[in-house]
Design a protein around this ligand. Structure first.
Ligand code: SF4
Ligand code: SF4
Ligand code: SF4
Length: 354
């Protein structure tokens, strides 16, 4: 363990802990934009600069490990001035879109500016306006709002193992982009959406959620993805009883908040008008004709009768039972019980079996 002092308070942390992590243990807030607890810290944004006695110059708290006897000051007048300057510089080339931006209310740049008392850019940089990219059904990319934190690049490489993104351009023109300028698909993107989940601003946002509710209007409901057996934890964003977007829920026991394309974007089935709401029976001999609506009683009687006849004629092992992840665990349990205990077959499978 290493003992150090942060803002006059002593703390002992394991060797290798960064100043930022040690400060968070003391509930001392150091602002960050590029830092993400599950990604490699790079110290890009410089917002986490802190003063370390004897160091000569400020250091970035997110990637500087603690040292025995270290004395850290996280909020001196000089440090606060630097932070304000960094935020003003970011705003100098940032569109003032907060009124209509999908990220408003959940934006780290907004929060940092508010905390630092920054009212706006100190000057306006001359940067070309970039087109907003809607070249795929899932992710909107507005790199005018990119603050070059590199989180999207890191998550794609370090978590998704995909390397579809990189920082492109030079100097003030630098922005995030795709390794193939033709687009995300061409760059090998698998549309997991983990990049938009870590983007701290409105540069990467969900297409499905566009215009469907401000952050503070959306009810957050914790849930589990129903597509496969991993059981990724997620948060449903709901407005007027309808799911408008999905984000990963950071449960370190399961998925740490990361999702795949199905879990994040495949929720339109929930409110699809094509969903069956009544049982249908196909008419004609052994289902050769058209569907017609039926009551549950009639449909269940028919299924029971057919299953009994097939079992008696050909034996139980010609039957197979398929369950669905979209049913509850209890319903799935009951279906396999019906297959094994009543029909006498072990032919049971599940769409979520990996
Ligand atoms: S990204 Fe944040 S600061 Fe920029 S316009 Fe959107 S809400 Fe405002
Ligand atoms: S959606 Fe996933 S694979 Fe595509 S760029 Fe983002 S992180 Fe990479
Ligand atoms: S697109 Fe978002 S996550 Fe990627 S570098 Fe820009 S601000 Fe950061």
């Amino acid at each position: 363990m290493v003992t150090l002092t942060i803002d006059g308070r002593q703390v002992a942390v394991p060797e290798g802990t960064t100043i930022l992590e040690a400060a968070r243990r003391l509930d001392i807030r150091i602002p960050t934009l590029c830092y993400h607890p599950l990604l490699r810290p790079l110290g890009y944004c410089r917002l986490c600069l802190v003063a370390v006695e004897g160091a000569g110059k400020p250091v970035t708290a997110c990637n500087t490990p603690v040292a025995e006897g270290m004395v850290v000051h996280t909020s001196t007048p000089e440090i606060e001035e630097w932070r304000k300057g960094i935020i003003e510089m970011l705003l100098s080339q940032h569109p003032a879109d907060c009124l209509t931006c999908e990220k408003a209310g959940d934006c780290d740049l907004q929060d940092c500016a508010y905390q630092a008392g920054v009212k706006g850019p100190a000057w306006k940089a001359e940067v070309a306006s970039l087109p907003v990219l809607r070249d795929n059904p899932f992710i909107v990319r507005d790199y005018n709002k990119c603050i070059v934190c590199g989180r999207c690049v890191r998550v794609c490489l370090e978590v998704q193992g995909n390397a579809a993104l990189e920082l492109v351009g030079r100097g003030i023109e630098t922005k995030a982009g795709t390794v193939d300028p033709a687009g995300l698909k061409e760059a090998g993107c698998v549309f997991c959406g983990n990049c938009l989940q870590v983007c701290p601003v409105g540069a990467l946002t969900e297409r499905a959620g566009e215009g469907r509710g401000r952050e503070w209007e959306l009810k957050k409901v914790r849930s589990i993805c129903s597509y496969c057996g991993v059981g990724c934890n997620l948060t449903l964003y709901v407005k007027d009883g309808k799911v408008v977007k999905v984000k990963g829920y950071e449960n370190p026991e399961v998925n740490n908040g990361w999702l795949c394309v199905k879990g994040r974007f495949g929720f339109d089935y929930i409110h699809s008008p094509d969903r069956l709401t009544k049982p249908l029976i196909r008419e004609g001999a052994r289902g050769s004709g058209n569907f017609r609506e039926a009551t549950w009683e009639e449909a269940l009687d028919l299924v029971a009768r057919e299953l009994r006849e097939i079992k008696e004629s050909h034996g139980p092992d010609v039957l197979g039972f398929l369950c669905s992840a979209k049913c509850t665990n209890e319903e799935n349990y009951l279906l396999q019980k019906l297959a094994r205990g009543v029909m006498g077959t072990n032919n049971v499978d599940h769409c979520a079996r990996l």
